[in-house]
Design a protein around this ligand. Structure first.
Ligand SMILES: [Zn+2]
Length: 494
């Protein structure tokens, strides 16, 4: 009798656990995010005839393409892009207001953190962490949803492109150090460089010290190499708790800044990227299993064609020199208010008032700002200069107004945002060929967005989607809460 009761309870337990297993939330084993720095959306088609079968064509032919994905804020730069992709938010809320910006009146770079030091280097390249990011990322939400069991790793040549996607709770983020020619991390994550990173550095030492990984296709190869090493060593995708691997390719950006968008030098880099993607997808199929991983590929921003390229095609274009505009504006403000340097600094399209000086000299801040906006608006390269605190009072089209508002962090951004004449872009003397980005226009803000793998049907849509929808979509598919400041909406694959 007693034995029967035990058997009955055992079978009840088994039945219950079977029900639980069936009722378990279905999730992929791994989420892979790939960001291609400065990849314009139209590159998918410009190089289409030259792609092999297993890389971009596999994503386009089997995955889902959101062909009209727009960055819904300015400035369209690397740090803002990586933060926004993984938080579903914008600089106004996540606080990454540029590659560089001000905190408490002092300039800082996006991920600079002097409370931590480098691991694998003694140089300044190691003083980095995600502390300036004010909100959670999709990796953070995954951690919260799995009691910390999900593993999250970010890799890139650029510090900010490894750190911001990996988020606050990351198990690791690794980036390239120009001094030691190797991948490093910081004490935010660990006290010692993991053995697998040391091994990777050792076996790629020659390549990384002899080649300019920033502007040579070898940079693409080493980044995917490190991503594969991370997946194996950290057992990403190894069990039923979903993990996140965030990969960002920086060479595409650094090379385009030097050689220009669509220049002859860019083609071998993109064709190498296609080859590396082919190998990486095969690797994921083998290690994680086809259908077991959810992957997305996008860009942190696009890029303009250079002025010589546009002019040789009789197209409107020109270069905008931000420091020249600041100097000229300061001179005119000095004549009016009797004080020099009232614009403290600028970071391409955003200009900071010298608020301390304004207070010290007892000036009317609103009057100084209004005069600066008026002066800048008269510059021949400028279409609009806008008081970022009063954007809705300007005559800008609504869509652009909204992008300025979403990109303006009121404690960290400059008070004046400048929009050059369309086709004009921020540049500097001696840089004729290089492309740039940062503005609202299609070149800079129209990015590729492809989903592939777990629960992703084949298809394409051309209705409007936003960069901020990426995190919302991934989190909705995983049935986890979207990051706290997420503004995006889940994309429907229809
Ligand atoms: Zn760039």
């Amino acid at each position: 009798m007693r034995i029967n009761r035990i058997a009955a309870s055992l079978s009840l337990i088994l039945a219950l656990s079977a029900t639980c297993a069936l009722a378990q939330v279905q999730r992929p084993r791994l989420i892979v995010g790939i960001v291609v720095d400065q990849m314009r959306w139209d590159y998918l088609y410009q190089y289409y005839d030259k792609w092999g079968e297993g890389g971009f064509k596999r994503l386009m032919g089997e995955g889902y393409s959101c062909g009209n994905t727009i960055i819904d804020y300015v400035p369209t730069v690397t740090a803002c892009g990586h933060a926004s992709i993984y938080t579903g938010s914008t600089p106004a809320l996540h606080g990454i207001a540029g590659n560089d910006y001000m905190i408490d009146g002092k300039p800082t770079s996006s991920v600079k953190d002097t409370t931590v030091v480098g691991v694998g280097t003694t140089g300044k390249a190691g003083n980095q962490s995600p502390r300036n990011l004010l909100v959670t990322t999709m990796g953070d939400q995954l951690k919260l949803a799995t009691s910390g069991l999900a593993r999250v790793v970010g890799v890139s040549l650029k510090d900010r492109a490894a750190i911001l996607p990996a988020g606050h709770g990351a198990d690791g983020a690794y980036w390239y150090d120009n001094d030691t020619h190797q991948f490093i991390t910081s004490t935010y994550y660990t006290r010692e460089l993991p053995k697998w990173v040391k091994d990777f550095n050792k076996s790629n030492k020659k390549l990384m010290s002899k080649t300019d990984v920033w502007r040579d296709k070898a940079g693409v190869t080493v980044t995917f190499g490190l991503a594969q090493a991370a997946l194996k060593a950290e057992h990403l995708g190894g069990d039923f708790v979903p993990d996140l691997l965030a990969v960002s390719i920086s060479t595409t950006d650094a090379a385009a800044h030097k050689f220009g968008a669509m220049s002859a030098e860019m083609e071998p880099i993109y064709l190498q990227l296609d080859k590396e993607l082919t190998a990486f997808f095969k690797f994921l199929d083998k290690e994680v299993g086809k259908g077991n991983y959810l992957l997305f590929l996008t860009a942190d921003h696009g890029g303009t064609y250079s002025e010589p390229h546009m002019k040789s095609n009789k197209m409107p274009s020109g270069r905008f020199f931000d420091s020249k505009l600041r100097t000229e504006t300061n001179e005119k403000l000095r004549r009016r208010f009797g004080v020099d340097n009232l614009i403290q600094t600028q970071m391409e399209y955003t200009f900071y008032l010298n608020n301390d000086l304004i207070v010290r000299r007892n000036l009317d801040r609103e009057a100084v700002k209004a005069e600066a906006v008026r002066i800048m608006s008269e510059s021949p390269e400028v279409m609009w200069a806008v008081d970022a605190e009063r954007v809705n009072e300007s005559s800008l089209p609504q869509d652009i107004r909204e992008r300025i508002i979403k990109g303006y962090h009121h404690k960290r951004s400059g008070e004046i945002f400048v929009l050059p004449i369309t086709g004009y872009y921020a540049s500097w003397e001696g840089d004729e060929r290089g492309s740039n980005h940062g503005s609202w226009n299609q070149s800079d803000s129209h990015i590729p967005l492809l989903f592939y793998g777990w629960h992703v049907p084949h298809g394409e849509k051309t209705t409007l989607t936003h960069m901020t929808d990426i995190a919302a979509t991934v989190c909705a598919m995983l049935h986890i809460q979207a990051p706290d400041a997420c503004l995006g909406q889940p994309i429907k694959f229809d």
